[in-house]
Design a protein around this ligand. Structure first.
Ligand code: MG
Ligand code: ZN
Length: 216
């Protein structure tokens, strides 16, 4: 039975996710799983966050991609430790991949860990990784209907960023319709409007992270 197999895979995954969570807690690492469609600005958001928090917290990044290490190279250029996971065709990261990756990181020297998941709004939301928060990024260029089309993703989100707000005058993006659709699925998620290009709203996003980590 196909359904049972998927259920077994997911419960095995969740066990490893719990191990990951404990390992991070034991080392006082705050970890954020970053999910979005391709091109919404996961890497750009991580780079903006690095810029804003450099010197305050020690950051590392795990980059999940089907292939290539383009994003990991961009992060390394900033002097930040970046570890690349190539999934070899898999369209999501799972807890086991993360377990191997975090066991290869100097966790005692890391305060904040970003996991850039593979760009897709579907199965990345199904696999728990054991991180502390789920960040979902949408961009104005994608349209405001994403919460309606991919409800699971927005149900598991702890925080949502609407990126590329600088482009919204040229697009038919209704920010209120988008926010209402998110709130209908998930009351808990905080939503920030940002632009990684102009820096608009980035301070509010940085304040959210600092609050979670209890740093000034
Ligand atoms: Mg990227
Ligand atoms: Zn997948």
């Amino acid at each position: 039975m196909e359904f049972k197999v998927l259920k077994d895979i997911l419960s095995a995954n969740d066990q490893i996710a719990e191990e990951n969570h404990e390992l991070l807690d034991n080392n006082k690492v705050f970890a954020i799983n970053v999910m979005s469609s391709p091109g919404s600005g996961k890497t750009s958001t991580i780079l903006q966050t690095i810029k804003g928090l450099k010197g305050k917290v020690k950051i590392a990044v795990i980059e999940g991609d089907v292939s290539s290490s383009i994003d990991a190279e961009k992060i390394s250029k900033e002097g930040i430790l970046a570890l690349q996971i190539n999934t070899g065709g898999e369209c999501h990261l799972d807890a086991n991949m993360l377990n191997r990756a975090i066991n290869n990181l100097p966790l005692a020297d890391i305060d904040l860990l970003f996991i850039e998941n593979v760009g897709n709004l579907i199965c990345t939301a199904e696999f728990q990784l054991g991180m502390h928060k789920n960040l979902v990024i949408s961009s104005t260029a994608e349209g405001d209907d994403k919460p309606l089309k991919y409800p699971l993703m927005f149900t598991v989100a702890d925080v949502v960023l609407i990126n590329k707000m600088d482009l919204s005058p040229y697009l038919n993006f209704d920010a209120n319709a988008y926010k209402n659709a998110v709130k209908a699925l998930n009351q808990r998620a905080e939503i920030f409007e940002i632009s990684c290009t102009t820096g608009q709203g980035v301070d509010d996003w940085l304040a959210w992270i600092k609050k979670q980590m209890d740093v000034e």
